[in-house]
Design a protein around this ligand. Structure first.
Ligand SMILES: NC(=O)c1ccc[n+]([C@@H]2O[C@H](COP(=O)([O-])OP(=O)(O)OC[C@H]3O[C@@H](n4cnc5c(N)ncnc54)[C@H](O)[C@@H]3O)[C@@H](O)[C@H]2O)c1
Length: 327
């Protein structure tokens, strides 16, 4: 159970947000936050000489580091959209030097030692009540559709096999991709795992093979579904020029298969030659906005979805972080 958070977006006062890291994903955070009348951007932080951040036609103060910003401002929410390996240290700083909620981009941490470091802050800061991870894939529309469909059809039996392939076009970004995202497993594995928590209870990492210097990975993960055990086969890779992400959930007992396309945000369910259900969208909402809009709605509701909370991040990190780094 996540404690109530110190943000009341239903109140009159706007939620004052500090954005740390003004890179690629920060654009989506800014776009979604700007839609919300209950939010103001209090400051932005980035050591790079990035252009002024525009937030609904205004430019908030900009700082070169988070400590400087927190000396001057009292944000309600600090958003960390920085390279993965900086998350743990910046999260600790935000927790100890402010009273704000802290939303950290996924993955929460880059290794298990960093997770232990954050856990040790409990007592000094309300880690469970204030620290959240942007497990945005769990909010993707096709994932929500499939989870509801499966919950409504208990006669399909347990999920017995999941196959998921996430491709990102990072091969041409070379060293820059490794600097921001560490490896394909570090970057995509956490999305695959957080997406899977909508369907099954993850138990353990059962096999790992990282190739292409960390640009590709094949991992298998055990899970429980409706009282039985199953296996998830997770492939991720940067060796492509285009993004493509798909997952299939097989219900071995009934022969039902649920196929979800995370790139198109579509899905269907079939049994043999019979089409059971389909899901599409009106094509108006960009994919990342479709993830972060419901994520922020949940975070700022006062009752954040447990998938954003520290316990979910710890479970996911336990499996995710068990894969050795390749570098
Ligand atoms: N790009 C995506 O589609 C995407 C999607 C979801 C999550 N993420 C996650 O978001 C994080 C950032 O990814 P990105 O693609 O935006 O990377 P990026 O490299 O484009 O941006 C990161 C920014 O953080 C800045 N930065 C570095 N150290 C900092 C510090 N100490 N304080 C403040 N700013 C600092 C950098 O200068 C850069 O501008 C990663 O953890 C990634 O896994 C990215």
């Amino acid at each position: 159970m996540i404690n109530p958070v110190p943000v009341d977006s239903a109140g009159d006062d706007p939620v004052r947000v500090g954005l740390v890291g003004v890179g690629i994903i920060a654009e989506t955070h800014l776009a979604v936050l700007a839609e919300r009348g209950d939010v103001e951007l209090e400051f932005a932080v980035d050591p790079r000489p990035v252009g002024p951040v525009d937030f609904r036609g205004t430019t908030p103060p900009h700082y070169g580091d988070l400590a400087q910003a927190l000396d001057t401002h009292r944000p309600d929410l600090v958003v960390l959209a920085t390279p993965t390996e900086t998350h743990a240290e910046l999260a600790a700083q935000a927790l100890l030097r402010s009273k704000a909620m802290v939303l950290v981009e996924k993955p929460l941490v880059h290794d298990l030692a960093a997770l232990a470091g954050l856990r040790e802050l409990d007592g000094k800061a309300d880690v469970r009540g204030r620290l959240f991870t942007a497990h945005h894939f769990a909010f993707s529309p096709e994932v929500g559709w499939a989870a509801e469909l499966i919950a409504a059809n208990p006669d399909w039996g347990p999920v017995t096999l999941v196959t998921s392939a996430f491709y990102d076009p990072y091969v041409l970004r070379g060293a820059e991709a490794f600097a921001s995202y560490v490896s394909s497993w570090t970057d995509s594995g956490v999305n695959q795992l957080s997406m899977l928590t909508r369907f099954v209870e993850l138990t353990d990492l059962t096999d790992v093979r990282q190739t292409d210097g960390g640009a590709s990975a094949w991992c298998t993960v055990g899970f429980r579904s409706r009282g039985e055990v199953g296996t998830a086969r997770l492939l991720s890779s940067w060796l492509t020029g285009s993004s493509s992400k798909e997952s299939s959930l097989l219900f071995g007992r009934s022969g039902v298969e649920v196929w979800i396309d995370h790139t198109a945000m579509t899905g269907f369910a079939a049994r043999g030659s019979e089409l059971l259900a389909t899901f599409g969208n009106d094509g108006r909402t960009p994919r990342k906005v479709a993830h972060y809009r419901p994520l922020y709605a949940s975070l700022l509701s006062g009752r954040p979805d447990p998938v954003l909370g520290f316990d979910a991040a710890a479970t996911i990190t336990g499996i995710h972080g068990a894969v050795p780094e390749v570098r």
